[in-house]
Design a binder for this molecule. Structure first.
Ligand code: FES
Length: 100
């Protein structure tokens, strides 16, 4: 059981936050500067990929490709795709996450 739970990228043994944000770091998103989204999330919320904010409101993760490369860079917030995001747009606005 432990092997299965730790093999798949989207399974986790850590408690998750109220909101879940996944930033695609696949090739199409990476070349469209997805790393800037991750940096903006770290700056705004103080949380790195694989972590949850100390108040338990937001968990951040990265993925290799979410299958929406034409919309790159892609951010998924609570299961909703937020296409063509950058670190300066809605994807990293605290109100988008219901935080702050
Ligand atoms: S590389 Fe990001 S959706 Fe495919």
């Amino acid at each position: 059981m432990y092997g299965v739970a730790t093999f798949y990228h989207f399974f986790t043994l850590k408690p998750q936050g109220d909101h879940n944000c996944i930033v695609c770091m696949g090739t199409a998103c990476y070349v469209k500067r997805a790393a800037e989204i991750v940096a903006a999330l770290q700056k705004e919320f103080g949380v790195a990929p694989g972590e949850t904010t100390t108040d338990g409101r937001l968990s951040v993760a990265t993925a290799r490709c979410l299958g929406s490369c034409g919309l790159a860079p892609v951010l998924v917030l609570d299961g909703m795709v937020l296409p063509r995001n950058t670190g300066n747009h809605a994807g990293t606005n605290p109100r988008t996450f219901g935080v702050g």
